[in-house]
Ligand binder design. Structure first.
Ligand code: PEP
Ligand code: MG
Length: 564
């Protein structure tokens, strides 16, 4: 039995067989001119790779006969690989240019996917990703590239890895992952946020864990103490299983809070919203009794583990479908959808949005800055959002705002989107509130000015802490400095709340401070009445607030504000 000590990132106990993830690489597609005499051999190579993938998919199809969803997917892949129209167009394109087959295949796949997305047919639009995925496999075969396939991670395992890129985190929602043990990642890193959303126990900052644990070994992730135990003995295992049972009972007791309004014991009400990153999580938010969605991180729609190196779905139709589904799931409850917060550490594979190498990406072209540098894509996102607006109670939120001009420029783009839809006779709601995230010192300290152009504020304490203290939220080596209770952070929050109140606009907190019991009490005492958090935390937070009076909460926060 070995015990490794790290930092707790998501509470609970997870037990499972370890799966050690190998280091990841990206597919690079070369573009080169070819000679006439290379053409034939290149086409034959393509046909060989195509045949290899057909064999692979046929085997997978046979093996998945009992899994309806998987076998449907393989059948779709199979049809696509044999699609005569696609293959004919590919051959024509290849024989009419003097470019290598890998490049032409990649370009044709994207062209075909775009056609499907803009077909106006929901089913076909959803197939666009499938065509990218399956011909991506042909490309990998052609390039003799063997990326680690995150899909091969088995259900119920404990993932042991150096890190998990935000673009790979979708695996966490697809598999019943028992636990996460990572070398890198801070508590407010995106993988940490998602682990908490899905209730996956996680421990980060575990040095060299990937070389010390082997795939197949039994591992316990203790997200409460920050320990990871490999090959536990019987006695330890029994104790951990007992803790798991106790936690289950505890959750059952909390269930009675699911359908009640959050309130203090003296009757002060709170709105408890959910943070989500995928369409499916809206369902989870409903099940946990959320008052709405306080933050939908739309960038996660464009990050997929299965298509590294390939353009992603960033078209209006796919976005519209996703936003509409979330709004319909939530009914009359408010749904705050945030415009793209890509860049920095959140890389999206998009041919429409170009990412440049940056020396300091977190200070660079990310979030609203990236969207304003790509106004066409921002307009597309607004068009999709406005089209979806008629299906529910939508609010739109802008990330990483640092000045009034950015808001004004964005509002102009939103206006253009509305004007276009009006001209085209497409229905939308004209009065969708547009608010901003307060997540930089610049925004917090000029909240009075920003309140004049914003319909609401939502405080992003993750970035606010990162930028105020100057500490990378993803970097495990500076994690002890990442302090949400730093007086500077609390004062920024205080100023934002007070300027929001003066301007009579709603202020909420959607950063991770809203998901932590200790900080919820402090924030509630400071006057926050709207919280948005990981769905799993909704019932525990409702229960917590019910134990205090407003006066008691105020005492807690004034103690915190007066301590250094
Ligand atoms: C935040 O910064 O607090 C926030 C909610 O946004 P994200 O975590 O997506 O950067
Ligand atoms: Mg942020």
């Amino acid at each position: 039995m070995n015990v490794f000590l790290g930092t707790s990132a998501s509470s609970g106990i997870g037990i499972g067989k370890a799966f050690v993830v190998p280091k990841q690489e990206k597919r690079i597609i070369p573009r080169r001119k070819i000679l006439e005499n290379e053409r034939q051999i290149q086409w034959e190579n393509f046909e060989k790779s195509l045949a290899n993938v057909v064999v692979d998919i046929s085997q997978k199809l046979d093996a998945s006969k009992n899994d309806k969803i998987q076998s449907q997917l393989y059948e779709t892949y199979f049809l696509m690989l044999n699609d005569p129209e696609f293959l004919k167009e590919l051959k024509n394109a290849f024989y009419s240019h003097s470019l290598n087959i890998e490049f032409v295949l990649d370009r044709q796949t994207e062209k075909y996917a775009k056609k499907l997305r803009s077909s106006g047919n929901e089913y076909l639009a959803e197939r666009a990703q499938d065509i990218c995925d399956i011909f991506g496999k042909v490309l990998d075969d052609l390039l003799d590239f063997h990326p680690f396939d995150m899909d091969s991670i088995p259900d119920s395992c404990v993932i042991v890895a150096t890190q998990i890129n935000p673009s790979d985190t979708l695996i966490l929602s697809k598999r019943k992952i028992a636990g996460l043990a990572l070398t890198e990642g801070g508590v407010s890193s995106h993988v940490g946020i998602l682990a908490r959303n899905y209730g996956i126990p996680a421990v980060f900052a575990l040095e060299e864990i990937t070389s010390q644990i082997k795939t197949g070994e039994t591992v316990v992730v203790d997200g409460d103490s920050g320990e990871v135990i490999s090959n536990p003995d019987d006695e330890a295992l029994a104790q951990f299983n007992k803790k798991i049972e106790e936690e289950k009972i505890n959750r059952l007791l909390l269930e009675k809070f699911r359908n009640v309004k959050a309130a203090t014991k003296d009757g002060e009400n709170f709105n408890i919203f959910a943070n989500i990153g995928t369409v499916e999580e809206a369902q989870q938010a409903v099940q946990e009794g959320a008052d709405g969605i306080g933050l939908f991180r739309t960038e996660f729609l464009f990050m997929s583990e299965s298509n590294a190196g390939r353009s992603n779905l960033f078209d209006e139709e796919s976005q519209f479908i996703a936003y509409k589904k979330v709004l319909e799931t939530m009914g009359k409850k408010p749904v705050t959808i945030r415009t793209l917060d890509a860049g920095g550490d959140k890389f999206i594979n998009s041919s429409e949005i170009q990412f440049k190498e940056e020396k300091n990406p977190l200070m660079g072209l990310r979030a609203i800055r990236l969207s304003l540098a790509n106004p066409l894509q921002l307009k597309i996102q607004f068009r999709a959002l406005y089209r979806a607006s008629v299906f529910g109670n939508l609010k739109i939120m802008l990330p990483l705002i640092t000045n009034v001009t950015q808001v004004e420029q964005t509002l102009e783009i939103a206006k253009t989107a509305r004007e276009e839809l009006k001209t085209e006779g497409i229905e939308f709601k004209n009065d969708v509130p547009i608010g901003i995230m307060v997540e930089t010192a610049a925004a917090a300290l000029t909240a009075d000015c920003l309140a004049k152009v914003s319909d609401f504020f939502s405080i992003g304490t993750n970035d606010l802490t990162q930028y105020t203290i100057g500490v990378d939220r993803e970097n495990a080596s500076v994690a002890p400095l990442y302090d949400e209770f730093h007086l500077a952070v609390l004062r920024m929050i205080e100023n934002t709340i007070s300027e929001g109140e003066k301007a009579k606009i709603d202020v909420s907190v959607c950063g991770e401070m809203a998901s932590r019991k200790s900080s919820v009490l402090v924030l509630a005492g400071m006057g926050v009445r709207n919280f948005s958090m990981s769905p799993k935390m909704i019932c525990p937070v409702k229960e917590l607030l019910s134990r205090y009076s407003v006066k008691e909460l105020q005492n807690i926060s004034s103690k915190q504000l007066n301590s250094l």
